[in-house]
Write a new protein. Structure first.
Length: 196
């Protein structure tokens, strides 16, 4: 029986490479993506287009909104992080007989974010084992020991159309070229001599 895997899919390079590697392993894949206020339109386009090309069913979660919450004069911000994403992925997977949750975090991510380190995912796997003993579910991070450059190289090796992915943090028909994601993407493009 084929293993069933859930890919947390953002429409970016990392999650696309993670998806491709999991498909290559022979798993039956579905993906879960998140819609949020201020999300770039091109990110949504990338999610839909790549999901269609790869024939991976994609499910969307709309971020919850905290209605009426204020701190002083300012509305309370709710910016979901990996704990929110993976909690939803765990619930979705348990309800749909999925055995693996695949993330696209890479080694460079863990330098800047505490919730992108191996220890964080080991902790989530312990929660699954301790609280759902009948579950075979596990969180897997296939790119966690790879730099962003190595992830792109892997994507090129797999002949993925990486130009369809979206990394820019801003909306628009073209990447802004100024945000940290755009700068990183441009730097890697130059190093490898490819157009991303």
């Amino acid at each position: 029986m084929k293993k069933k895997s859930l890919i947390l899919f953002s429409g970016g390079i990392d999650s696309y490479v993670a998806m491709a590697l999991e498909k290559q392993s022979g798993a039956e894949c579905v993906s879960l993506s998140f819609e949020y206020a201020g999300q770039p339109d091109q990110e949504i386009r990338a999610i839909r287009e790549i999901s269609a090309i790869e024939r991976v069913p994609n499910y969307i979660v709309r971020h919850p909104v905290i209605i009426g919450a204020k701190y002083g004069e300012k509305p309370v911000q709710f910016i979901p992080d990996n704990l929110v994403y993976y909690s939803m992925a765990i619930a979705f997977s348990r309800n749909n007989k999925i055995s693996r949750i695949i993330g696209g975090q890479n080694k460079d991510d863990s330098v800047h974010a505490t919730d992108a380190k191996n220890m964080f995912y080991e902790g989530l796997n312990k929660i699954i084992v301790n609280n759902y003993p009948d579950s075979v579910l596990e969180i897997v991070q296939p790119l966690l020991n790879m730099t962003k450059l190595e992830v792109v190289e892997k994507g090129l090796e797999l002949n993925l159309p990486l130009e369809l992915t979206w990394s820019c943090q801003n909306s628009g028909h073209k990447p802004c070229i100024f945000c940290s994601n755009c700068r990183s993407r441009e730097e890697i493009s130059k190093k490898l001599g490819v157009n991303l």
